[in-house]
Design a protein around this ligand. Sequence first.
Ligand SMILES: O=C(O)CCC(=O)C(=O)O
Ligand SMILES: [Fe+2]
Length: 280
Amino acid sequence: MQTIQVSRAPAVSPITIRERIGSISTGEIISVLKGDITGLHIKQAFSIEVAEEMTANFIRNPGLKERKDGVPGQYIGASHYRKDAATYFAESESARPFVEDLFSNLVDPVRGLFDALMRELRNQGIELRLARSVHGQSNICCALRWSGTATYALEPHDDVAQVLCAGSDYELPAVGNNTVVALNFYASMAEEGGNLRIWSHKPTVADRKSQGVESTGYPYSTSYLEAVPCHDFQLKAGDIALIDGGFIHGVTRQSGNGKCRLLLHSFLGFARPDLVLWWT
Ligand SMILES: O=C(O)CCC(=O)C(=O)O
Ligand SMILES: [Fe+2]
């Protein structure tokens, strides 16, 4: 008798990576939004002095909190992960002064990128704005420090499940059918490790179901990813990385001189052909 084996190997999707030194261009950001570039790494994209100052502002910030949603880490701001819109937007509103304190009297590089992209998209007849609801609106970013201590400081995951499953009281689910872009400004890096690793696999809803992560996209097991090629972004303070968050990604274990790995994180994506939303 013949047995038919059902292959469970994840489908490999090609990834297009661009890495260079310099300042980021709005054209490249739009290429990631449109899915033409999977991962964009701009080295030395903002000043080390600003990066150091934001890190100091993070450490002494009274709004610093421990995550209590099963993802080990600390943060300032709000994450929509596993929250209904009322909770997320209320938290975004109450955290706003602490997010603003990260920048104190600095010229905020995140706001600088937002404003430049808003101008460029407006020229193309596209609106860029923060996500909002009757309960409030998103902040420009959320500051995050991962504290996982196993193989990964942040376990492999995708950013799309949480968007598709956000619920109809959010504007976000529409973005889940397009590219969900994760935008990261690295303010501080540990001496070793802390790479952003991206795998050549963009899970479908069926893939997520098979891995028991349908509504969270977190975490995928090491064995699931074993045969999938990956790329590591080796990051330094002052770098910016944008990825298509639909591809599985994670952060490798970090070690070294006690310096923390700190990023300022936001998401953006097309909700409609004439509207790009930005949230955290
Ligand atoms: O820390 C990083 O480099 C990636 C962060 C990330 O994937 C996330 O916040 O969803
Ligand atoms: Fe992510």
